[in-house]
Design a protein around this ligand. Structure first.
Ligand SMILES: CSC[C@H]1O[C@H](OP(=O)(O)O)[C@H](O)[C@@H]1O
Ligand SMILES: Nc1ncnc2[nH]cnc12
Length: 299
């Protein structure tokens, strides 16, 4: 396990790039020194083994969110185990790739969106590592790392992949797609794209002090549009293949240009500095033990 104690005396930390692959992105073939390895987590089963690999010497850890073969529905994913396992695998910077529906006319299928805000409409998911026995409240005001967004934007530009530089992603439980009334409602809220997975993933990444960013890849116009059919899986799959090929190119480019030292992200790096409220002598030792990877720096 890699921990924050792997920082050198000056506090520098080697960057380890984590990638979560969404629908359509289940493997990253052709990376150097690649091997799939299971990582045990006290939070349960991660979606799959993690692919440990390198891009031009940069350590990369890849986890397919739905598992290889897409075995897990959005509500069945153990988001806590995924984030904990990636942290145990040494990840410092985490980029999520997600298929999504568009809630805007000017984000057609094929458009990539660098999400900067989320609206969490999910209900039935474990959404925190903390709770009774060790209570913490992290800030989610700015849920993504601006540095990661800049690095992604540059990698995309070099790969001639056009991306919008901001966007609000509304997260629904699914697995059903939305009704037209819901789709119109999310548009009226100012949401730009819709998906089923980025929450609680982004919240848990913040609790684990991982810099996080999401590349949302539009596959459809959901069901609000007057002149486009309502989303169905066949339509999603038709667009997803091309999006996935582009995503793979962006990941390779990002890996080769990524700083070898973890680029500071104060929102994530210090997320737990003032977040834990339970008095040390009142903390449940069992929970504290489970938090060794996520919050070991602060406990
Ligand atoms: C197969 S379409 C619906 C499915 O795709 C998205 O998943 P991900 O974010 O992992 O790419 C969406 O959120 C749904 O889970
Ligand atoms: N329209 C949509 N709603 C929710 N998740 C999606 N994933 C891809 N398209 C989607």
């Amino acid at each position: 396990m890699t921990t924050d104690r792997d920082e050198d005396a000056a506090g520098r930390k080697q960057a380890v790039l984590g990638i979560i692959g969404g629908s359509g992105l289940y493997d990253l073939p052709g990376l150097d020194n690649a091997r799939w390895e299971g990582v045990e987590s006290p939070w349960g089963e991660a979606s799959d083994e993690i692919l440990f690999a390198e891009i031009d010497g940069l350590p990369v850890r890849f986890l397919p969110r739905h598992g290889r073969g897409h075995r897990l529905a959005p509500g069945d994913i153990n988001y806590r185990a995924n984030i904990d396992a990636l942290k145990r695998a040494g990840v410092t910077d985490l980029v999520s790739f997600s298929a999504c529906g568009s809630l805007r006319e000017d984000y057609p299928p094929g458009q990539f969106v660098l999400v900067d805000q989320f609206i969490d409409q999910t209900r039935d998911r474990e959404r925190s590592f903390f709770g009774a026995g060790c209570v913490a409240h992290v800030s989610m005001a700015d849920p993504v790392s601006p540095t990661l967004v800049t690095l992604l934007r540059e990698a995309m530009a070099q790969e001639q992949v056009d991306a919008s530089e901001s966007g609000t992603y509304v997260v629904i439980d699914g697995p059903q797609f939305s009704s037209r009334a819901e789709s119109r409602l999310y548009r009226s809220w100012g949401c730009d794209v819709i998906g089923m997975t980025n929450m609680p993933e982004a919240k848990l990444a913040r609790e684990a002090e991982l810099a996080y960013a999401t590349v949302a890849m539009v596959t459809d116009y959901d069901c609000w549009h007057d002149t486009h059919d309502a989303v169905d899986v066949a339509g999603v799959l038709a667009v997803m293949k091309r999006n996935t090929e582009q995503a793979k190119r962006v990941i390779r480019r990002l890996g080769s240009t990524f700083p070898r030292e973890h680029p500071p992200c104060p929102e994530a790096d210090q997320a737990l500095d003032v977040a834990i409220v339970t008095a040390p002598e009142r903390r449940d030792p069992d929970i504290v033990r489970k938090l060794d990877a996520v919050a070991g720096r602060r406990l």
